[in-house]
Design a protein around this ligand. Structure first.
Ligand code: F0G
Length: 352
């Protein structure tokens, strides 16, 4: 049967019943793409979990199909989130699809990528830009949703994590086991929490045998977990992970420690280098935050971390599509040459 969305496919692992009104855009079932370039560079067999191919272009759709379905089941009328962009795009789309829920989003003014803003607006969310950062927006949303009958759909909503854990299931199903390593960008830290939960649950029921070491990567200017304290003014070009006080801090540390992995920081330069490399040598166009996972494994490889792990499998989650943030792409290319519409001139330029 054709794919009918992750709630349908992984129903036995999710807190849904026959009464849950499922709002789906057929999210999930994303490709696990082998990268020869990164395998050559890093050592282990590198696979990219291409989450930019979800309906709204990011992994957030996995959590949102659950959060929105459960909000409807509960009878909520309004959902709300703080967002660096992707959560708002996803919440707006799934709310629109429900045809019942109003969606309100708080975003940090001036620090969300153009594509994401366009998505939230075209899906008719009420978008409020605050003069502050993501962490301040999340504090406001928590206060409001605590006091009013408004459902919070950030990843502190447990249904978000439940939906997102299915990415780990898909990886195990494709590889016939868990990989040895899993690299992932870390912002508010919901996704690393979700993957680790998913890997553990699959192992527990015997659908996989091993567990990966979880390798989380924050942007150096927004690396509270690496530093061990909140960052008041986080800064990075990877605006999706421009977060100084992650909500799932503790569970990210638990994923790191239980798995024997690590959480490290990568600089904006390293992120941009990985971003360009993914597009140029793997054919995979991601947004800058997604490239943090790849920047991270390149950094670890330089340090010799993967020595003696040539046979191992390493999955990198690339979380969001490159078209989300066209401005960054345009800043990192040279403009095309403009020539007369004349075959000789063009052939000369090509070198033919
Ligand atoms: N990559 C992308 C593209 C993201 O949008 C996010 C988070 C992350 C990585 C980090 O995931 O927060 O679970 O650790 N974006 C959130 C948002 C914060 O509002 O869209 P995380």
């Amino acid at each position: 049967m054709s794919w009918q969305g992750l709630i349908h496919h992984y129903r036995e692992f999710l807190p849904v019943t026959d009464k849950t009104p499922v709002i789906s855009l057929l999210e999930g079932n994303t490709p696990l793409v082998f990268s020869q370039d990164l395998t050559d560079a890093v050592g282990p067999q590198v696979y990219l979990k291409y989450e930019g191919l979800n309906p709204t272009g990011s992994f957030k759709d996995r959590g949102m199909t659950m959060a929105i379905s459960k909000a409807l089941e509960k009878g909520s009328k309004i959902v709300m989130c703080a967002s660096t962009g992707n959560t708002s795009a996803s919440a707006a789309a799934y709310s629109a699809r429900s045809r019942k829920l109003k969606c309100v989003v708080l975003i940090p003014d001036g620090n969300i990528a153009l594509g994401k803003l366009a998505q939230a607006m075209i899906h008719q969310a009420q978008v409020i830009a605050i003069k502050g950062n993501f962490d301040q927006a999340l504090t406001l949303v928590k206060d409001i949703t605590n006091q009013y009958p408004v459902e919070l759909v950030n990843s502190i909503n447990p249904y978000r994590i439940e939906g997102q854990k299915t990415a780990a299931f898909e990886i195990c199903d494709t590889l016939s086991d868990a990989p040895e390593f899993h690299a992932i960008p870390v912002g508010n830290a919901g996704n690393i929490t979700a993957y680790w939960k998913g890997y553990k649950e699959y192992k527990k029921v015997g659908r996989s045998k091993g567990l990966p070491k979880m390798l989380g990567f924050q942007a150096a200017g927004a690396a509270p977990i690496v530093l061990g304290h909140p960052v008041e003014k986080p800064e990075t070009i990877a605006t999706a992970i421009r977060i100084g006080n992650p909500a799932s801090w503790k569970s990210a540390e638990a994923a790191r420690d239980e798995s024997g992995g690590l959480i490290d920081a990568v600089t904006d330069d390293e992120i941009l280098e990985a971003y360009k490399r993914l597009a140029a040598a793997s054919g995979v166009f991601v947004e800058p935050a997604s490239a943090a996972s790849v920047a991270g494994i390149l950094k670890l490889s330089r340090q010799g971390y993967f020595r003696n792990h040539k046979k191992a499998r390493l999955v990198c989650t690339v979380t969001g599509h490159g078209l989300k943030d066209p401005n960054i792409a345009i800043k990192n290319i040279t403009n095309p040459v403009v020539l007369e519409a004349d075959i000789k001139t063009i052939l000369k330029e090509i070198g033919l």
